[in-house]
Design a protein around this ligand. Structure first.
Ligand code: DOR
Ligand code: ZN
Length: 344
């Protein structure tokens, strides 16, 4: 069985840097035409100059014939200069990533004071830049499974009311609450959905032993939330689109007493989504979710070329090279139903 769709884009991707980046970027570039590259390096990508340098390093790591286009973002901090917003727009940066300080991997330099960044966000609104939001509160008294829901009430809703023209992507939504919120919002609000949140629930993290390679943030939720995400992704609503949040970490930093958050899914990202859409009986809607909704939201042209998936079960390798270390991919050692046969 074959399925040919317009070539997709990944609207949320972590590539890291250096030799590790060179080991993972090809997996994304082989299938996706473009990807929005997250800025949470160490140190974070906070200036246009840093983003231009990072983009060059990504392009240099690609095979010469690759036409893959990294779309760059800047990391919003309490101290982002107002002028950086205009410089970003002029340089073709697509948006700013908002990490509440301490919410996730390399987010320590994130926003601590939403009043303080309001003028910067107003400038984004004027320049037409998108705000990409990691939607979890960091209040230590809030249970980790509730942090997304509480973020909607405490931060996102007031932010949208304050900035009535701002375009926002609620990244990697994980709950029914987030799905309902996006559905009830105006079209200037979009949301990405990852393969792991569509395929797995929190039992896959914790039952029968702790599985560090299924640990990501926002953390996997209970089954009812997963089902709400599947309904959102496969339902045809243009506000929901593909963003893998593929976030590789070396095995040694995952299989340890305090392991990093992040699932590496770039090796089989489109295949994972195809499996979800097939299981939901909505394979014909995969193309819009993967290849149209995100481009339309960001105001970019849809891709012209096509990818063909084939149903041809394979076993996922147990690891891939990752700089000095190795990365354990999503579903390592288990079967995956689809693979990309060709791009043309
Ligand atoms: O699981 C995650 N990993 N969530 C994030 O928000 C960041 C990412 C990373 O950079 O590893
Ligand atoms: Zn991410």
């Amino acid at each position: 069985m074959h399925l040919t769709i317009t070539r997709p884009d990944d609207w949320h991707l972590h590539l890291r840097d250096g030799a590790a980046m060179a080991d993972v970027v090809g997996a994304t570039a082989a299938v996706f035409a473009r990807a929005i590259v997250m800025p949470n390096l160490q140190p974070p990508v906070t200036s246009v100059g840093q983003a231009i340098g990072y983009r060059k390093r990504i392009l240099a790591a690609l095979p010469p014939e690759s036409a893959f286009e990294p779309l760059m973002t800047l990391y919003l901090t309490d101290l982002t200069p107002l002028d950086e917003v205009r410089r970003a727009r002029d340089a073709g940066v697509v948006g700013f990533k908002l990490y509440p300080a301490g919410a996730t991997t390399n987010s320590d330099a994130g926003v601590t004071d939403f009043d303080r960044v309001a003028p910067t966000i107003e400038a984004m609104e004027r320049c037409g830049l998108v705000l990409l939001v990691h939607g979890e509160v960091t209040d230590p008294t809030v249970d980790i499974f509730d942090r997304e829901k509480v973020f909607i009430d405490r931060v996102l809703d007031p932010l949208l009311a304050r900035h009535q023209g701002l375009r926002v992507v609620f990244e990697h939504v994980t709950t029914r609450d987030a799905v309902d919120f996006v559905r009830a919002s105006p079209p200037r609000i979009g949301a990405t959905i990852t393969p792991q949140h569509l395929l797995l629930n929190r039992n896959d993290l914790l039952v029968g032993g702790i599985r560090p390679h299924n640990y990501c943030l926002p953390v996997l939720k209970r089954e009812g939330h997963r089902q709400a995400l599947v309904t959102a992704a496969t339902g045809g609503d243009p506000r929901f689109f593909l963003g893998t949040d593929s976030a590789p970490h070396g095995r040694s930093t995952k299989e340890t007493s305090c392991g990093c958050a992040g699932c590496f899914s770039a090796h089989a990202a489109l295949a994972f989504y195809a499996e979800v859409f097939e299981a939901a009986g909505e394979l014909e809607r995969l193309e819009a979710f993967a290849s149209f909704h995100g481009a339309d939201f960001y105001g970019l042209a849809r891709n012209q070329d096509q990818v063909t998936l084939v149903k041809d079960p394979q076993v996922v390798p147990s690891s891939y090279g990752f700089g000095d270390d190795e990365v354990v991919p999503l579903r390592a050692g288990e079967e995956i139903k689809w693979r990309v046969e060709r791009v043309d």
